[in-house]
Design a protein around this ligand. Structure first.
Ligand SMILES: [Zn+2]
Length: 140
């Protein structure tokens, strides 16, 4: 991944040359409440293990979000994450993400896919921010 470059020249930062306030290793034991008894609440570790919560750098130059700026990361939040947020919540999942340090904009393009503008963050930092976004009880 470290040799991935895009037409705009952005290269995904790698730790420690990133601006993340924390990384996924720091949040693995964070518990995210489920909206339902089944599937139950889950740790970030178990959510990642389902394969339905991951981040990869975008290989193409995209723009979007509230200011139409550049997007860098592709967050996959699949079926196993669906019980962790509500569409009619006080705080939408994309708004919760946008409020995290280092995240400049979010474009929610599909049910399971959110594109994130965060040029200074690494993949592990973006995933940690996404976990914190889900941890916020206002998204349920
Ligand atoms: Zn980082």
């Amino acid at each position: 991944m470290s040799d991935l470059t895009r037409t705009d020249g952005w290269i995904p930062p790698q730790p420690p040359a990133c601006a993340c306030v924390e990384h996924v290793e720091d949040v693995l034991d964070v518990v995210i409440a489920s909206r339902y008894p089944d599937p139950p609440s889950t740790t970030v570790r178990d959510l990642i293990a389902t394969g339905d919560f991951s981040v990869v750098p975008m290989s193409e130059q995209w723009s979007g979000g509230h200011d139409g700026g550049p997007l860098h990361w592709n967050l996959w939040a699949g079926d196993e994450a669906r019980s962790l947020y509500a569409d009619d919540a006080e705080l939408s999942l994309d708004a919760s993400l946008t409020s995290r340090p280092g995240i400049e904009r979010v474009e929610w393009i599909d049910r399971e896919i959110l594109l994130i503008g965060a040029p200074g963050m690494c993949a592990g930092g973006v995933l940690a921010a996404a976990a914190r976004a889900l941890e916020d009880p206002r998204v349920r």
